[in-house]
Design a protein around this ligand. Structure first.
Ligand code: HAM
Length: 426
């Protein structure tokens, strides 16, 4: 029996991987510009980290984690998200003591969630995320959202929408929670069993229910924005004011509660509005988590961040018909005609590569005509043909594929000739 890839995962083949590299590079460059530095944490962590960090009543923890016991009997989990691990590293390495505050970090890597696979929803997916830890200045909320939007815009996306909300501070959340319990209690039996359980454990999650989304109790549920205390309201006002100053359009959705428990104050998502994009329209999600560092054992420290999935970013680019400027071609294909020439090309190809050129040669003993075809398939800008005659003269017959123009170039000058010519073409 032939093996098949596990459900909800994907192989990225050449042709596709260049797109990943390209978008990741754009995101990395922008992070550097905004002052974020890369952090890399393990793919798996102690399960307890996510129970505490993400919240043990969330869907992620209750239904979606890949948890296993290692041979030493430890409970480990493939990370379902990046914020709790980054905060764990922040605490473990005492980055709160670093003179550079806030600590601004970015990461890129696979995350794992046992979800029902569908378009844009995978069991292994790659998140690119940032975390700014150590400041509760609303200006950094604006910065984080500006950076996320900048990544999408730099890649050419036009049909995206920033949706924001505030969950307020602990007091505001408590008042809202009580109002939710009052609102849902009498008729909770009309909602799904998950919602019934959530009424006790985490009533805010009811608003995020996918099954009961259209139930009339949802539309009439108390809005968190009516329960923000003065401080939380002022904070949210300032965030909105900064976004307006930066000319970043946004809409407010008081039902944006997010699927992880660590949030307070600002939460946000960026959605694709491209036609036919489908259900998984949320490209990016994030928010403020002022209690998380302490929850994970560090000193009281505020934080905010976001994560976007590269899979959905690429799908959004496709939905908007955006072609990335990816050049897959090579600079030169060296064609060998005959045994002696073959020996020479092995040396020459290595020399050209050491000079910085993208070069290929034949490894299948093909005839000249087939080698030329191979060069064409690889998108070679030039072919350099070497046969007995050229060997005698120590030259190569160099052909510019686009124009057909042909020149004899001394072998010793081939590298500089190609560097000069390919530079001019770019
Ligand atoms: P999240 O909303 O769970 O937040 O995930 C962030 C993004 O990851 C989503 O908007 C979506 O684009 C992508 N995503 C989630 N699940 C899948 C999936 N199964 N397949 C493909 N893409 C997916 C977080 O993970 C938080 N850690 C974000 C954050 C950072 N908050 C503060 N800092």
């Amino acid at each position: 029996m032939a093996f098949q890839i596990p459900r909800g995962t994907q192989d990225l083949l050449p042709g596709e991987t260049e797109k990943w590299q390209y978008v990741e590079q754009v995101a990395r460059d922008l992070c550097r510009r905004y002052g974020y530095e890369e952090i890399r944490t393990p793919i798996f962590e102690h399960t307890e980290l996510f129970l505490r960090g993400v919240g043990d009543t969330t869907d992620i923890v209750q239904k979606e984690m890949y948890t296993f016991e290692d041979k030493g009997g430890r409970a480990l989990t493939l990370r379902p998200e990046g914020t709790a691990p980054v905060v764990r590293a922040f605490v473990e390495h005492k980055l709160y003591g670093s003179p550079n505050q806030p600590v601004k970090l970015y990461y890129a890597g696979p995350m794992f969630r046992y979800e029902r696979p569908e378009a844009g929803r995978f069991r292994q997916f790659v998140q690119f995320g940032v975390e700014a830890i150590g400041s509760s200045d609303p200006a950094i909320d604006a910065e984080v959202m500006a950076l996320a939007m900048h990544i999408y815009k730099a890649l050419g996306l036009k049909h995206i929408r920033l949706v924001i909300n505030s969950l307020g501070d602990v007091d505001s959340r408590r008042a809202h929670r009580e109002a939710l319990v009052r609102h849902f209690s009498d008729r909770i039996h009309e909602l799904c069993p998950d919602c019934q359980a959530r009424l006790e454990t985490n009533p805010l999650r009811i608003l995020d229910c996918k099954k009961d989304r259209d139930h009339e109790l949802m539309a009439s549920a108390p809005s968190i924005l009516d329960y923000l205390n003065d401080e939380s309201r002022a904070y949210f006002e300032k965030v909105k004011q900064y976004l307006t100053m930066l000319d970043i359009p946004f809409v407010i959705d008081s039902r944006l509660v997010r699927g992880l428990d660590y949030y307070n104050h600002t939460t946000f998502e960026i959605m694709s509005e491209a036609e036919g994009f489908g259900a998984a329209a949320t490209l990016c999600g994030g928010g403020r988590y002022n209690g998380l560092v302490q929850e994970i054992g560090g000193p009281e420290t505020p934080g905010i961040g976001f994560a976007l999935s590269i899979e959905r970013l690429l799908a959004a680019l496709e939905a908007e018909g955006i072609e990335l400027p990816i050049h897959r071609g090579i600079d030169c294909y060296v064609v060998a005609v005959g045994e002696r020439a073959k020996d020479e090309t092995v040396r020459l190809v290595y020399e050209l590569r050491r000079a910085g050129l993208r070069v290929e040669q034949d490894y299948l003993g093909r005839k000249m005509k087939a080698q030329l075809k191979a060069a064409d398939r690889l998108g070679a800008s030039f072919v350099a043909i070497i046969g007995d005659e050229e060997l005698e003269k120590q030259t190569a017959a160099v052909k510019h594929m686009a124009s057909g123009e042909q020149t004899d170039v001394p072998l010793g000058e081939l590298a500089s000739f190609l560097i000069e010519r390919t530079k001019r073409e770019e």
